[in-house]
Design a protein around this ligand. Sequence first.
Ligand SMILES: [Zn+2]
Length: 286
Amino acid sequence: MSAPSTDDAGSRQPQPAYQASQGSPLVADQKLYSAIANSTTSNGGRELTDSFIISPRSGRAWTVPVGSICRITTPDGPQVGDLNIFNSHDPKEHLWTARSRQLHRSHLVIYDRLWSNLPYLRPLVTVIANSLEDYGVDGVGGRVHDLLGTRCDPYVNKMLTGAEFDFHCHSNLARAIKPFGLAESDVHDNVNLFQVTGLNKDGQYFIEPSPAKAGDYIEFFAEIDLLFALSACPAGDESVFGWGADAMERMEKCCRPLKVDVYKLQDPQLLSGWTSPQCPSYKSKD
Ligand SMILES: [Zn+2]
């Protein structure tokens, strides 16, 4: 056990429950990933292989091959994106946000990883770039790129307000993955990209407006072959977040598109020393 530390105000700062030593898969090789992040199309390090816009209040799914980079951008200003990630060969393996936030933190920063569910438990992606890295913690305790919450969905909307709306992130993700042979029940707890959230003094989940500007982005390195699915949230930049028909109409004014770019690495040297992660060798007993 290391000694307890204190924060600037002198109060006790508990140690994280999950700690790892150097060389653990929890600790990303910063030299390797920063070199990958520094590759550009102009320096010949990466080549653009796919690029498209996701229209406001819609969703799309696409494959990201192992060893590739996927960049998600807010091209026209603040917009939240709800992201699901699957193993493209075996979609029973998918993102596990609860374990990811335990292993790293509640909101994504560079070198954090997104992990898969049991019995797989391996990094699906590593965050290699984040233009909002300096957002840190705001005055009310909010942070950006949320792993605390989950997607908006039409069932909770109906339960809370009686209203029906068919373009919640859950519905957008369900429609997006359908062409890949997946069903609504395959949509799982997601990352809320560009979304600022936190817990208030009573432990209640809050959402604040997204700070993203036109051109802000986050980049993921694909550790295995992946299927991404992303919804441009119908709450847009979350500045007037709410539920019900009135809110859906009000929030439409702050909805913008998202942009997706997929890059293949051109320089094999960039992956020198990297291997695609394996699942733990543990086998469950009957
Ligand atoms: Zn949403």
